[in-house]
Design a protein around this ligand. Structure first.
Ligand SMILES: [Zn+2]
Length: 226
């Protein structure tokens, strides 16, 4: 596993570094929502990110690492955990066809926010997220899932025997263990790329932050010149 994770992390970092030159500092209003992917993430620590690295930059790398972990867990599940695989494919059907703006993107753009943060007072016609939402046909059976979390798999169908439920629970624990192992492997692999990442941040991100701060302090010193 370790080898393939290292290769995937290397590719993910490569893609992130190819994307980074396109990053432009926004008007940097703070996000209103806490990002569940990035907040307190050990992957961010492994990458060497500190709180001065803008969230959009951190998120772009972390979401790539997330995809690597998810794919590795899916592969492991498909190979080794027949009960969980069966429950997952049952839960996944029918997958409604529809507009999915965040699928099929080039590696550089995977996992990025599909819409910019809204600007107050600025009109817009629609966001891609709204389009995708409007296009989603929710089958009646899935309209109101009482517990959409994967742990709901543990509540196996009533037709399952106690024995089968216990087997399913064991498989779920194995899947959790594997996810933790892969997460650790991703972090360890990422540490190897810290220098490349911090060099790119110094070169492409820091100057933009410095420029923005300089602009702000000029504006504060000369409020009338703007
Ligand atoms: Zn984030």
């Amino acid at each position: 596993m370790a080898d393939s994770i290292e290769g995937r992390v290397r590719n993910g970092v490569d893609a992130f570094l190819r994307w980074l030159p396109r990053w432009e500092i926004g008007t940097s209003r703070a996000r209103t929502k806490v990002c569940r992917l990035c907040l307190g993430s050990p992957v961010a620590t492994a990458a060497g990110f500190d709180h001065e690295v803008p969230h959009t930059v951190q998120h772009a790398l972390l979401s790539r690492m997330r995809v690597i972990i998810d794919e590795a867990v899916e592969e492991y599940t498909a190979r080794n955990l027949p009960l969980v695989s069966r429950e997952l494919s049952r839960a996944a059907q029918p997958e409604p066809a529809g507009y999915k703006p965040d699928e099929g993107l080039a590696l550089e753009f995977q996992g990025l926010e599909i819409d910019p943060e809204p600007e107050p007072g600025q009109p817009y016609l629609f966001t891609l997220a709204e389009l995708a939402e409007a296009d989603r046909v929710v089958p009646p059976a899935r309209a109101e899932p009482s517990d959409p979390a994967p742990s709901s798999l543990a509540d196996a169908p009533a037709s399952y025997s106690e024995e089968a439920k216990a087997a399913l629970r064991t498989e779920l624990e194995l899947a959790d263990d594997h996810a933790r192992q892969v997460g650790t492997a991703v972090c360890l692999a990422l540490v190897e790329h810290r220098t490349r990442i911090s060099d790119a941040i110094d070169r492409l991100v820091e100057p933009q932050i410095d420029e923005l701060l300089a602009e702000l302090s000029r504006a504060l010193e000369n409020p009338r010149s703007r």
